[in-house]
Design a protein around this ligand. Structure first.
Ligand code: ZN
Length: 187
């Protein structure tokens, strides 16, 4: 799948890409578009990215807290195929316990969101293990995705902690042989 980071200049200081770029990506691939909304207002932006071609939409628990269920409901109503919730490195696993049965994906940030090229925060590993246990205690098919600092070494740690979807940015784009790095990360 293609993971697309959307930054609004509020939730994170950077601005990244908007709907025209997502529309362009949509036209050029049939791959699943996994859109990560690093925005303060996921109610406002979810549907426009859905219409732009996102298959999955993931928003942050830090900006919604008790309103997370309302966002999930809204995303389901406009037809989002996969709804995810993301946690910053400092946010505990317990923050999502009340909504774990409503979502399709948990995205654990292993760097502070907003910039590429940061190092994997190893202190997040126990949280990944904890969320894996929470997921296994549900009857739902929930992906556990890890985003930030994934490379040839950290991919193993994230996988062993229970992740089944790994996002690689810098490791892929800076690789001399991009096909090879995908193969290495998969294996
Ligand atoms: Zn992301």
């Amino acid at each position: 799948m293609l993971h697309v980071d959307i930054m609004d200049g509020h939730f994170v200081p950077n601005l990244s890409i908007g709907t025209p770029v997502v529309e362009s990506i949509r036209k050029s691939t049939d791959l699943f578009l996994d859109v990560h909304l690093m925005v303060t207002d996921p109610m406002k932006y979810g549907e426009i990215f859905h219409k732009a071609g996102a298959d999955g939409l993931t928003f942050h628990i830090e900006v919604t807290n008790e309103k997370a269920s309302e966002v999930i409901k809204q995303y389901r109503e406009f037809g989002c195929k996969k709804v995810g919730i993301s946690l910053n490195p400092d946010t505990p696993a317990s923050a999502i316990k009340d909504i774990i049965n409503e979502i399709d994906l948990v995205l654990v940030m292993t760097v502070h969101p907003g910039f590429g090229g940061q190092s994997f925060i190893h202190e997040c590993l126990p949280k990944i293990q904890e969320i894996r246990k929470m997921i296994n205690n549900t009857t739902r098919d929930i992906d556990l995705e890890v985003d930030g600092g994934i490379n040839e070494e950290t991919v193993i740690l994230a996988k062993e902690a229970g992740a089944n979807v790994l996002v690689a940015g810098t490791a892929f784009f800076k690789a001399d042989d991009r096909s090879k790095i995908i193969h290495i990360l998969r294996s």
